[in-house]
Design a binder for this molecule. Structure first.
Ligand code: GLU
Length: 292
């Protein structure tokens, strides 16, 4: 088997909070329980959403919690030429799209898993007269073709099947504002960093089939996937900066760690709460017993 490589890939839109800590911890525990590498990748490709100083604050929080990444930290904002190269490889499979968000919403094809509207394919056969290129999309196989049906075994959720023609339609690789889409950047980076195992929050489950489809087109290996539960606030919304998540209290790192571990369903001995070292030792053991 290839040497295990995992990663934590936060978007630097704010400090680490109780929800993102659960995803960070799961990826870290799985890597350490496999005696593998754990990489940190800063996903600052969505520059309009990037908050200055957030990446540094995430890095400091991880260090204070005793999670030390291996190797160099990768910053997506510095890798645009790589995304450009991958996009170039897709040639016949991409096409320019002149539709506005409103036009796509008005076509009422329904919502994709990430909340965006499913693309009805309007510009597939060329831009209509008077339209100019806004975004670039990936041409998916026809709806009844098997090639657009992606099945994978999720290590937490079991078998997942998604028919991309129905769930997202031709999706965006280069956005109307000129930035590369998250889906493309993740696939390029996971391949280049040799990631064998993606462990992340279940809020990203709806992106996985698109990523696997892109891996196949780019002739990249498909990692194993594990989507762990997301933390909700009292109103049942995914905890995020927008829904009121507070930065972690790093003066009490063990409190935050013990809570995150319990959210992952790990039962730890009382001694785990005594020092960072004893916490991680107990948590890695508990994770290995349950998932490996
Ligand atoms: N940057 C993404 C996020 O913070 C995660 C990407 C991933 O783990 O694949 O939601």
């Amino acid at each position: 088997m290839m040497h295990y490589t995992g990663r934590f890939a936060p978007s630097p839109t704010g400090p680490l909070h109780a929800g993102s800590l659960v995803a960070a911890m799961a990826s870290y525990l799985d890597a350490r329980a496999h005696q593998g590498r754990w990489l940190l990748r800063i996903e600052d490709i969505d520059e309009p959403r990037t908050v200055s100083g957030a990446a540094e604050s995430i890095g400091e929080a991880l260090a204070a919690l005793g999670m030390h990444p291996d190797g160099e930290v990768l910053w997506q904002s510095q890798r645009k030429s790589r995304y450009e190269a991958a996009f170039g490889q897709l040639k016949e499979d991409v096409y320019p799209c002149g539709c506005s968000r409103k036009e796509i919403a008005d076509s009422r094809t329904g919502m994709a898993s990430d909340g965006a509207a499913i693309y009805p394919g309007t510009c597939r056969h060329g831009l209509a007269e008077g339209k100019t290129t806004r975004a670039w999309r990936l041409r998916l196989p026809p709806p009844l073709s098997e090639a657009g049906v992606i099945t994978f075994e999720d290590r937490w959720l079991g078998r997942i099947t998604e028919n991309l023609s129905e769930s997202t339609g031709d999706f965006v690789l280069k956005r109307a504002d000129g930035f590369w889409a998250y889906q493309l950047a993740v696939v390029v980076d996971d391949a280049e960093q040799g990631v064998t195992d993606v462990v992340r929050g279940a809020d990203l489950l709806g992106s996985t089939a698109r990523q696997i489809y892109l891996q196949r087109l780019l002739q990249q290996p498909t990692p194993r996937y594990m989507h762990v539960p997301v933390v909700n606030n009292d109103a049942g919304e995914k905890l995020s900066k927008q829904t009121g998540a507070r930065p972690l209290d790093l003066a009490q790192p063990l409190d935050a760690l013990m809570l995150a571990a319990s959210r992952l369903g790990l039962t730890l001995p009382p001694t785990a709460g005594i020092s960072l070292a004893s916490f991680w030792e107990a948590a890695i053991t508990a994770w290995a017993r349950r998932f490996i």
